[in-house]
Each structure stands twice: as C-alpha cells, then as structure tokens.
Design a protein around this ligand. Structure first.
Ligand SMILES: NC(=O)c1ccc[n+]([C@@H]2O[C@H](COP(=O)([O-])OP(=O)(O)OC[C@H]3O[C@@H](n4cnc5c(N)ncnc54)[C@H](OP(=O)(O)O)[C@@H]3O)[C@@H](O)[C@H]2O)c1
Length: 251
C-alpha cells in the first residue's frame, strides 16, 4: 500500500478512523475527510505517529458539492494522483414508514447515497488514470429488512446496486468497485442519533442474540477486508458486496 493514495471519508470516528490507523501502519498516503476538525486532527496525529507521515486532513461535508470538488482537487494537488476511494461516511436515522420524518429520509439519503454518487463521479477520471479502485462501506441492512431504520436500509440497498452498476461501467477502464457490508460494529453510529446507554445496551443485546458468532465486528476487521479488496490479490474481484457480520444474515 506504500505508494497508494487513499481517500477515506468519515475518517474521524468508528470504521473510518480504524481504517485510517490500519492503513497508516502500511505507510499508505492518506486523505482523511470528515466534518469534525478536532476528531479528524486526533486521528491524523495518531496516523502520523505510526507512519511518520502526516495525512492530508480535509474538513468537509460530503453532502456539499463544493466540498466534494475540494476533496478531489486538493488530493490530486497534494499527492499528484488518486488510487483508492473509500466511501465510508454514513449516518443512520430511526423510524419506519409510520414514524420516520422526511428530514430523516433526506439526511440519510443525501449522506449515504447522493454524496457517494457525487464524490465517486468526481473521482472516476483520476481512478481511470491510476487503474485504481473504490470500496463502499454498506451494511447488511441493505439486504435484511427491519422495522426501525427504513431510510438507512434503503440507502444501503441503493448503495449495493450503485456498487454493481458502477463496477460494470468501469470494468473496461480497469477500475474495480466493491462494497463491504458489515453487521454490527462498535462505533459512534447509534450514539450519534441520541440512543442512551440503556437503549444501546438493549440494541446490542438484541442484535447479538441473532448473531451466530455472538460477537460484534471490530473496525480493524473491516479495514483488513478493505486492504484485501484494494490490493492486487483482489484483481479479479469487482461488483461484489462482501458480508462481514458474524453470521447475522444466516438467521
Ligand atoms: N457501526 C455499525 O454497526 C455499522 C454497520 C454496518 C455499516 N456501517 C457503516 O459504516 C460507515 C461508518 O460508520 P461508523 O459505524 O463508523 O459510524 P461513526 O462512528 O458515526 O462514523 C461515521 C463517520 O462519518 C462521518 N460523516 C457523517 N456524515 C458526514 C458528512 N456529511 N460529511 C463528512 N463526513 C461525515 C463522521 O464524521 P463527522 O461527524 O466528523 O463528519 C464519522 O467520521 C457508515 O457508512 C455506516 O453505515 C456501520
């Protein structure tokens, strides 16, 4: 990974932060993107300590088109190229068709699918030049219906289909596109929508009750799968949705 220039969106927390730290240990050239500058700086410092090289940190909101233009422009100005785009930034919103609001729908869809569509569109010319690849962080919620996070589930179903369509379109250009679909990972995703400790504990207990391996996925397990998909070991793999869920989808 040493010579690879890698953009990680949502690098200030959870899976994105774990991935940044994981790839910094492989001496990749990192571009870390998120809205919260304090958290982003904390992760960047951690990466710099482990690799000796400072990542490029960009405080940006991926739902803003101008921010996405800046992400790609500054990446290419700083590193001269782009090899891997990791579309990881995402949000969850609670509620089914009876209880959710249109505001939740708009926030979730604009972050989890519209932003991915736009940032990918801007990245593609550079990825074609580098024969690079894209890894989208989706979720098993995209294929497993539930009653409590409708907007989130359909955003991830859309992301999975986006992965497959774009993989088909970019295959002749030598650009591979895959997604990773985790089950429950211990991050701030659920805390950020206001679940308190008791509600979180209850949620985790319910999910683990339906998880054959009885464990949550770790962020660096997701990072290791990203490394595989971004490497030449996966040179024949495109358009797939890799499940990492402790067996949840079996039930
Ligand atoms: N945790 C799970 O159980 C789980 C399971 C399956 C899939 N996933 C997926 O994994 C991805 C990462 O989530 P996580 O669990 O690591 O949650 P997290 O800890 O809440 O991290 C989400 C990241 O996305 C960033 N972000 C959110 N909205 C953004 C925006 N508009 N612009 C730029 N950055 C934005 C956040 O940073 P700022 O707030 O600083 O912007 C943060 O760095 C998501 O796509 C999620 O759907 C999570």
């Amino acid at each position: 990974m040493e010579e690879k220039v890698i953009i990680i969106t949502g690098a200030s927390s959870g899976i994105g932060a774990a991935t940044a730290i994981y790839f910094s240990k492989l001496s990749a050239k990192l571009v870390l993107v998120a809205r919260n500058p304090t958290n982003l700086r904390r992760i960047a410092l951690y990466c710099e300590k482990s690799s000796g090289t400072a990542p490029l940190t960009l405080t940006a909101d991926v739902t803003e088109e101008l921010d996405n233009e800046r992400i790609i422009r500054e990446t290419v100005e700083h590193f001269g190229k782009l090899d891997v785009l990791i579309n990881n930034a995402g949000v969850i919103g609670m509620g089914g068709i009876k209880t959710s609001t249109m505001e939740t729908f708009d926030t979730v869809m604009s972050t989890n699918i519209r932003a991915v569509y736009h940032l990918t569109k801007l990245a593609v010319p550079h990825l074609i030049t580098s024969k690079g690849c894209i890894v989208n962080i989706s979720c098993i919620a995209g294929s497993k219906p539930n009653t409590s996070t409708l907007a989130y589930n359909i955003s991830k179903a859309a992301l999975d289909h986006f992965t497959k369509c774009v993989a088909l379109e970019l295959a002749p250009d030598g650009v591979r596109v895959n997604s990773i679909n985790p089950g429950l990972v211990k991050t701030n995703l659920l805390k950020n929508i206001g679940l308190n400790e008791d509600q979180l504990e209850m949620f985790v207990k319910n999910v683990l009750g339906n998880t054959p391996l009885k464990k949550q996925v770790e962020g660096d397990e997701v990072a290791a799968l990203i490394e595989f998909l971004a490497s030449d070991k996966a040179k024949s793999i495109t358009g797939t949705c890799y499940v990492i869920d402790g067996g949840s989808l079996l039930k």
